[in-house]
Design a protein around this ligand. Structure first.
Ligand code: UD1
Ligand code: CA
Length: 483
């Protein structure tokens, strides 16, 4: 659809959102990896408006700071007192001056609204030569919304708020979404003439329709194909419902693009996640932030990845990862925890109950079981024995460990950083390695074993251990005599 670019989109977001019962302003509540207001701004931005304006008021410092960071192209206008939707628009036009061209007005708490629907509104506005076109929807339960009043011929007469409506008007199921396309100049004039003579004593933006109509201008309505899209979020129940709808939309997009999602009901994927074709996502998986899953990789079940890349053909099972880079054909988990700065090279393995942080692992290396690897560099073809700990913290500072190519670290080795195990070296199981190990050497750092004969018989007489030992020793004696 080719629609003319609007001169401006004004997003109203000054309200408090009391029903959220939250310290966080409503429009900053998160959904699928993006604040509510940012969902609206993304949809609006795709229309290519000349100006993007957000009206802020409640917690304006916090909301303003958020916008400055996430939407530097948007201009914030502060509405000090929230005296109604009409007052919000009037505040903008008084501060920025009249805007010539089409002005789209929408809300910061309508996160499911798609660009296509806004474009349809603009197209109908244009085609009808209207002064204002309101986006409406037929809803099963219109409670709380303004109702669209039409004449018998279907022409829009006015919008009546629920609190001002007669019982007959309340029975109308066509609701006002609160989203409109206006002729900017006519809007600037009409919004000054809105009264506060209504049940809430507010300046209603909805009154602009009847004002323009009385002036002899064309007033139109565009009925949204899907009412779910225009429903706002007012409390956390609606937030959860909206999140589910958006998540399902995102999952469908991925599935149609060639991604296998085994159980959409238990899979949550943020808007910023990229997944390549033939990747498989198992049940109970959450993919957050800028996570990227490359072709033929498999993630899940029960895996939560944030800002993590999973390379082609890699497998990541029952894992939590944040800021990790998992290379091609790598195998992670089950039960691994990859923390920021983890980089795993091609065909390597990070296995069960392994935690990594700020650690680079080369190619074909294995950290298969029960290991903490923090602040380390591992080369290629390294094998880390079970229960190895990279002792990176001395209580004050963090230190680095280097394990070069072809190293074999024995089970239960403590690598006390800073320390280097050089190419092809070994460490003996149970060693506490505090000094560098030269290439090809074995580092042994543990007490030599001594056995104290019959200690158990003397010191643990009468126990099951002593009985087992006595039996075995008697057997041994008998055999020795027999031979
Ligand atoms: C408004 C409409 C109603 C419509 C409904 C759709 C009016 C008079 N009524 O009602 O017909 O069905 O939206 O959701 O417009 N806001 C400001 N400044 C203000 C007041 C509101 O920025 O002074 C913002 C709010 O943050 C919110 C939006 O405008 O995002 C709507 O405000 P709200 O008070 O929720 O309007 P409703 O009474 O729901
Ligand atoms: Ca509302």
């Amino acid at each position: 659809m080719s629609v003319p670019r609007p001169a401006a989109v004004i997003v109203l977001a000054a309200g408090e959102g009391t029903r959220m019962k939250s310290q966080t302003p409503k429009v900053l509540h998160e959904m699928c990896g993006r604040a509510l207001v940012d969902h609206m701004l993304t949809a609006a931005r795709d229309l290519g408006p000349e100006r993007l304006i957000v009206v802020i008021g409640h917690a304006s410092e916090r909301v303003g700071a958020h916008l400055a960071e996430t939407s530097p192209d948007a201009q914030a206008v502060v509405q000090r007192e929230q005296r109604g939707t009409g007052h919000a628009v009037r505040t903008v036009l008084e501060e920025l001056g009249t805007i010539t061209g089409t002005v789209l007005v929408t809300y910061g708490d309508v996160p499911l609204l798609r660009t296509e629907t806004l474009a349809e509104l603009l197209a109908q506005h244009e085609a009808g030569g209207n002064a204002v076109t309101v986006l409406t929807a037929e809803v099963p339960d219109p409670t709380g919304y303004g109702r669209i009043i039409r004449d018998p011929g279907g022409a829009v007469l006015e919008i009546v708020e629920e609190k001002d409506a007669s019982p007959e008007q309340r029975a109308i199921k066509e609701m006002n979404s609160g989203i409109y396309a206006f002729d900017g100049q006519l809007l600037a004039d009409a919004v000054k003439r809105v009264s506060t003579d209504n049940a809430q004593g507010e300046e209603y933006l909805t009154d602009v329709l009847s004002i323009l109509r009385a002036d002899g201008h064309r007033v139109g309505a565009c009925v949204a194909a899907d009412f779910v899209e225009v429903e706002g979020v007012n409390d956390r129940v609606q937030l959860a419902l909206a999140r589910k709808v958006l998540n399902q939309r995102l999952l469908e997009g991925h599935m149609r693009a060639g991604v296998t999602i085994i159980d959409p009901a238990s899979t949550w994927i943020d808007v910023g996640v990229r997944i390549e074709a033939d990747a498989i996502v198992h049940p109970g998986t959450q993919l957050h932030g800028g996570t990227v899953i490359e072709a033929e990789a498999e993630v899940g079940p029960a895996t939560t990845l944030t800002d993590t890349r999973v390379g082609p053909g890699a497998i990541v099972r029952n894992t939590v990862a944040d800021g990790a880079d998992v290379g091609p054909e790598v195998n992670v988990g089950p039960y691994a925890y990859l923390r920021p700065g983890t980089v795993i090279g091609r065909r390597s393995k990070v296995g069960t109950f392994v935690e990594t942080k700020n650690t680079r692992i080369g190619e074909r290396s294995k950290v298969p079981h029960l290991t903490y690897a923090g602040d380390a560099t591992l080369g290629d073809d390294v094998n880390i024995g079970a229960s190895t700990v990279f002792v990176n913290y001395d209580g004050v500072n963090k230190h680095h460990t280097t394990v070069r190519d072809g190293v074999f670290v024995g089970c239960d080795t403590m690598l006390v950083a800073p320390v280097t195990v050089n190419d092809g070296a070994y460490t003996a199981a149970g060693s506490v390695i505090t000094d560098d190990v030269p290439p090809g050497a074995i580092g042994v750092a543990r007490a030599k074993q001594r056995n104290i004969e019959k200690w158990v018989l003397r010191r643990r007489a009468g126990t099951k251990s002593a009985a087992a030992a006595e039996k075995a020793l008697a057997e041994q004696e008998k055999q020795e005599k027999g031979t």
